[in-house]
Ligand binder design. Sequence first.
Ligand code: CTP
Ligand code: MG
Length: 245
Amino acid sequence: RPTRFEVVTAMTRYWAVVPAAGAGKRMGSAVPKQYLQVLGQPILQHTLTRLLEAEMLAGIMVALGHEDGYWQDQIPARHDPRIMTTTGGAERTDSVLCALEALSPLAHENDWVLVHDAARLCITVDDIRHLITVVTTHASAPGGILAVPVSDTLKQVGDDLTIADTPDRSHIWRAFTPQMFRIGALKKVLLSARQEGYVVTDDASAFELAGERPLIVEGRPDNIKVTRPEDLALAAFYLEQQCIV
Ligand code: CTP
Ligand code: MG
């Protein structure tokens, strides 16, 4: 007969949280970037379609801007029963916390959550599976994130735009999403980071501030975040390439 712990473990589920409440200032468009079209569909629709393809997700909580006027008319994925919405906050980390809060009546503290930026529409199911496999086989780590090693030489630059240093790039990676943690633990570290006055730009940072070391899991370099106007054409190119391969 299984112990209580074994029963809970057997039922451990995977959820996704999608922060989609940003204004997209660096994109500079009137429409928030998650609603800009790529290959005839809004970015957020692409992202949710990819996440829905990952059949291991029990539910997907999307954090929307408080005056979002696009979700209702532009995102057909909203009809999928696994998709739920809530209202986000001022910073990405606030939106993630709102979504975790909205998930808490449904999820167990010990369930896994994959936090994935709405703006990363080129995420593949294979990368999601790879992240889950690596993280769940390294039980000692608090979780892990998809990332890619940097390939350019890096420069430390002064305010006057002169080069002060060339840091060793061999240990520097670019942090992508999904970032995967236990729901209860993620909520706890995000709240303490906020209480200490830090505005973390990703979820792993909150664990680092708490003295923990999440795993780096090498992902596909085409999992870009659409940030600036030139990223739109690149994302369209990657999406098309992925369909051919
Ligand atoms: N995000 C959010 N809530 C915020 C800010 C950001 O949910 N208050 C989301 C964005 O919608 C995006 C993801 O977090 O999907 C990553 O953030 P980023 O790329 O920085 O998007 P924006 O903040 O919208 O863009 P910018 O920083 O250029 O304004
Ligand atoms: Mg931002």
